[in-house]
Write a protein of this length. Structure first.
Length: 255
């Protein structure tokens, strides 16, 4: 971990750090574990194959080319991992690391908007199933990931979001009460309750992770370093940073 451990210095605009569960966050998590949630119309799925290259925009690399209404699943890095380097990509929902290992890199000013969610309100899931791994890197000025609804970074598997060199990730910015869960494994008190783990790294001047509701650090870490920022954007219901279970926040004095 870079920087020193500090539960209060991760930069937030309207956040407060607390060491107990927020009732709403617990309710959301229990609903997800029990398979409860608001039912939505199932969108068509697009699975990354990486057949010809790493280019997200090449239809040959998908079983079905993704559109604004697609649920995208990236569950392989072979023969080519997925790289999005163009502007204007838009999908309904994103899962990276569904049952195996998947990665996605946004670079060279590439932008992706995830405008919907799965049946349980998560627009983005990294590391969905037990034993899976899902990583997203947002690298460079102008490269931007926007997830309008909730996000799980480490569900039953391992998830990682890395934002570097001036990249931006906007999470759970729009609907009321949508939240970000980092390391979902702590909730539920199941035998494998510590199985899901997650991490967020924000490194370098201009690098930013913005969120509007709750940032729930359950089983994992958040590291902010070298001028990166972690900012709560007030949405009317306030913003918070909950540290629950096995969570840790680290930052350096320049962040």
């Amino acid at each position: 971990m870079t920087g020193k451990q500090d539960d209060h210095k991760a930069r937030t605009t309207t956040s407060r750090t607390r060491s107990r569960q927020r009732p709403l966050a617990a309710a959301v998590a229990l609903g997800l574990l029990l398979g409860l949630g608001t039912s939505v119309t199932h969108a068509a799925e697009s699975h990354w194959k990486g057949t010809d290259s790493s280019d997200w925009g090449d239809v040959v690399n998908w079983d079905v080319a993704p559109t604004a209404g697609s649920n995208v699943i990236i569950d392989t890095t072979s023969p080519h991992a997925s790289v999005l380097a163009q502007q204007g990509a838009e999908i309904n929902q994103l899962t990276v690391g569904d049952e195996a290992t998947g990665t996605l890199a946004l670079s060279a000013g590439g932008t992706l908007v995830v405008n919907g969610s799965d049946d349980y309100g998560s627009g983005m899931v990294l590391g969905s199933a037990d034993g899976s791994e899902g990583d997203i890197t947002v690298n460079g000025e102008g490269s931007t990931l926007t997830v309008e609804q909730g996000a799980q970074i480490g569900s039953a598997g391992k998830g990682a979001l890395t934002v570097v060199s001036g990249g931006t990730a906007n999470l759970a910015l729009t609907p009321d009460y949508e939240e970000v869960l980092v390391g979902f494994g702590f909730y539920g008190q199941l035998p494998d309750s510590a199985g899901g783990s997650g991490s967020i790294v924000v490194d370098g001047a201009g690098s930013a992770v913005n969120y509007a509701g709750g940032m729930n650090l359950l089983n994992g870490s958040i590291t902010v370093s070298d001028g990166g920022t972690l900012d709560s954007q007030s949405r009317g219901d306030g913003g918070w940073l909950d540290i629950v279970g096995f969570g840790r926040v680290a930052n350096d004095p320049d962040s």
